[in-house]
Design a protein around this ligand. Sequence first.
Ligand code: NAD
Length: 265
Amino acid sequence: MATRVIVVGAAGRMGRVLAATALQDPEIQVVGAVDRPDAPEIGQDVGRVAGLGEAGVKLVADLAAAIDRADAIVEFTLPEPTLEHLEVARAHRKAAVVGTTGFSPEQMERVGAIAREIPVFLAPNMSLGVNVLLKVLPLVARALGPAYDVEVIEAHHHGKKDAPSGTALKLAEVVAQALGASLAERAVYGRQGIQPRQPGEIGMHAIRAGANVGEHTVLFANEGEQIEITHKAYSRQTFALGAIRAAKWIVRQPAGLYSMQDLIG
Ligand code: NAD
């Protein structure tokens, strides 16, 4: 039986690609599409908004009115609306896939509390490539050891709201942890003026320009050599495919907070 999903943020950059990808997957049924009340696409057909033919599902603003038709919501919006929608999913005992990034530590605690009652899949990057990178980075960081400087550089389109990206934070966090520290202790966000590098720092740099879908580099260097590990996403479909895979998987899981690491094993 097809997994029934509601695309939340369906008028957005990710939402449109997600809807188009989901509508073309025979194992997925798009039973709803949600965006904010003042979005011009409210009332339009989700297939048309996604650049396909009529799908028979209109964009609405009220998730609560639509959610009972679904097995899961799949959300790419902003942190605060995502939390409101997770509360709706909790009230209706539905699963959730969250691609939204930029949660504060306090907001992450609220996500964690909701995930005690419903299955929540949260991944700041839904691509297989980045998630494989998250697995190998600790090995690289440990093998090189603390004498190597670490910098994380990311680039995204000029419309991206949060910085650094959720992916950059996650990449830096696994490196910090592999070196026995937390990112909060090690991160330095950009540099300006007289600010010499301190041992153990993890420099974080965000470029915002043009239409870049997402590029991340983790750089390790000492005085004699440099390693750069780069991931480039060529299209948003990479993330959409990961989110759809997550939706099919999360509906079979008990309550809990899951990541792509749980899915790829
Ligand atoms: P976007 O601004 O193009 O789209 C966001 C959409 O959310 C908009 O259509 C907006 O109207 C809608 N929205 C805002 N408030 C809402 C509300 N209260 N109710 C319903 N809809 C609401 O942004 P985007 O580029 O699509 O990115 C969205 C999020 O997804 C960002 O946090 C981004 O970092 C993240 N993202 C994650 C991945 C991943 O793999 N996890 C990949 C790409 C983007």
